[in-house]
Ligand binder design. Structure first.
Ligand code: FES
Length: 345
């Protein structure tokens, strides 16, 4: 099937395989189509079908409710073409100059580890190595499970055959339920990626500021791993505000503690408890991790200096938390071009 994208930057044709999501086909072809979540939540991939027909893959996708579907509006991440199509995208769509391009692959589940009551670490042994940037994510599918879910990589390596991922238990969460309800070690998952533009770019001469809630911390850890290995904290400072409900909900603290120690004072990590007040200023087990209480964006607000125009910020978590954090960052003078975020439902 041929899809022609019309945008402010002109027209771009590409080939879409039968049954393939229009967004994924366009990204594979190297087009800079707009998107954030790739899974039907954010609405960023909105477009309008000018000619041709498409099927909606997930009619309950939250972002579909805001569209004028009678006028031909679609979510490209939730649509597959059933004929050649011309699709109007309200953005400048060009050929991407930044790699790596996403592609389809597969990986087997291994090293599954419960981190807290409702958070699990698992790894995928990929059938073919993947190159990704710190902060990117993949979309996973499981046999017999409807829908796809996005997971950020926790690890960072220029090219790797292992993706480290973290998943939060979510009632009615499809893939999340499937992974939590039994040991899935050895089973094969479908992988599409890497995706996401909220990435760390080595060489940017700026301090780092990270605000994350729950499993949103995954991509932040990847960014810190890359920044550490690139020597970024020899010249720049980093601060991380990691929001969880209570002390026992903190995870990957051993990794944070190691990164703080390696940074020799350049990196500060705050574990922020939203539903528990504790009588300690530092973590009882990891003494170089500071403890604070409140909502994570409020705590960040209280700690930030008035002028944060020198930082690049990364934000990841549920939409209300991300929106709150972005307001805080703008209020402290972080340029909007230096606010990179991932919202997930
Ligand atoms: Fe399609 Fe988010 S990218 S709804």
């Amino acid at each position: 099937m041929e899809i022609v994208i019309e945008s402010r930057a002109g027209t771009r044709p590409f080939t879409c395989e039968p049954g393939e999501k229009i967004l994924f086909a366009g990204l594979r072809a190297g087009l800079t189509l707009p998107y954030d979540c790739a899974t039907g939540t954010c609405g960023m991939c909105k477009a309008r079908v000018r000619s041709g027909t498409v099927d909606v893959i997930w009619p309950e996708a939250p972002a579909l409710a805001k569209l004028q579907r009678d006028k031909g509006d679609i979510l490209m991440c939730q649509s597959r073409a059933t004929s050649n199509c011309v699709v109007r995208v309200p953005a400048n769509v060009a050929l991407s100059e930044a790699g790596p391009l996403p592609r389809y692959g597969s990986g087997r589940v291994h090293n599954v580890e419960r981190l807290t009551d409702d958070v699990m670490h698992f790894e995928l042994a990929l059938a073919a190595p993947m190159t990704f940037n710190a902060g990117q994510f993949v979309v996973l599918t499981a046999p017999g499970i409807n829908g796809a879910r996005a997971y950020s990589m926790v690890n960072y390596a220029l090219e790797t055959s292992t993706l480290e991922l973290v998943i939060k238990k979510k009632a009615g969460g499809g893939l999340s339920d499937w992974l939590f309800e039994a040991d899935r070690t050895g089973l094969e998952l479908g992988v599409f990626g890497p995706l996401g533009r909220a990435t760390f770019r080595p060489g940017e001469d700026r301090d780092l500021l990270c605000i994350a809630g729950g499993s949103g911390i995954a991509g932040i850890l990847s960014i810190l791993e890359h920044a550490t290995s690139a020597g970024h904290f020899q010249k720049h400072k980093g601060r991380v505000f990691f929001g969880v409900r209570s002390l026992r909900d903190g995870f990957y603290l051993d990794r944070f503690s190691r990164l703080v120690a390696q940074s020799q004072g350049a990196l500060q990590v705050f574990l922020v408890l939203s539903h528990e007040t504790v009588d300690v200023a530092v973590h009882p087990q990891f003494g170089n991790i500071q403890i604070a209480t409140g909502f994570v964006h409020d705590v960040a607000n209280a700690h930030l200096e008035a002028d944060c125009s020198h930082v690049t910020s990364f934000v990841a978590g549920p939409p209300p938390m991300v929106d709150g954090a972005i307001r805080v960052l703008i209020g402290h003078g972080v340029p909007s071009t230096q606010i990179r975020y991932d919202k997930f439902g």
